[in-house]
Design a protein around this ligand. Sequence first.
Ligand code: ADE
Ligand code: ZN
Length: 344
Amino acid sequence: MSTAISPLHDFVRAMPKAELHVHIEGTLEPELIFALARRNGIALAYRDIAALRAAYAFTDLQSFLDIYYAGASVLRTEQDFYDLAWAYLAGARANAVLRTEIFFDPQSHTARGVAMATVMGGLTRALEDARARLGLSADLILCFLRHLSEDSALETLDQALPFREHLIGVGLDSGEVGHPPVKFARVFTRCRDLGLRVVAHAGEEGPPDYIWQALDILGAERIDHGVRALEDPALVARLARDRVPLTVCPLSNVRLQVFPTLAAHNLLRMLDAGLVVTVNSDDPAYFGGDISENFIGLVEGLGLTQDQAVQLARHGFEASFADETSRALWQARLEQYRDDRTIA
Ligand code: ADE
Ligand code: ZN
């Protein structure tokens, strides 16, 4: 990446944004992993932070997930989940994020004996503080792990029901290939009946057919990643016609070798095809950058223009599950920002 300071870098950092694809466990920085391990008396397999960071050399999604689930195992107490979420939320506010919809993976915690109430207690307390103290709009999306069974997802949904009011929606994540959306048809039907909004990871490593399934079988209202949609013109037409948002994560895609470089990323081609593309960080502690750094990567790698950056941010607010009034307010703030800060 160029070291020259571009006015566009500052512009995208301070630009009002929504983040719609961030896994809270993926915001766990190595420093916090070591601090929580010490606090909880857990021995780590890595000598120090440098040794842990050196292990962040991923060849594909699964090679990342192995390390990501191991990292999350230091989270034990309600305070741990609070500290994790608060660190992300404070950073998001500093990046002019006005709205965030945060994924969490309860099965990666309940499987280790951590109660759903512990996870929910810490996360919801941090979100309440972020609303009150940072003026940040934030909600939670519970993700089911697709490498586990549908019965496990159904059991997880039952465990989450006492906390229904703290959830805006549900999603589907973890290893994609070999675990098609159809495997979770029943649990997503239940979720829709409960009034939960629906998203799903699809077309990250998996084929376009998984995106069709996410739409037509799970009822997904947004597709997480979806970069492989461009392989199927009929799917592109469907996504464009229905304005189904795609939450794209450029730095993640490069670190997991979905694309060899940012310059090879298809995000601008997706935008040109009329798709409602948004920019997100996915797992910023592991992929080398928060949401602003994802925008900056696109500026450097793809020559993203100011107008395109604003368009992507506009899509983020459009795609959000917040109420219509809030979305219109944020959009107006974005347009005002563009008018005030247009770079000559
Ligand atoms: N869990 C955390 N990050 C993920 C990703 N990029 N794809 C699927 N599952 C995930
Ligand atoms: Zn993701």
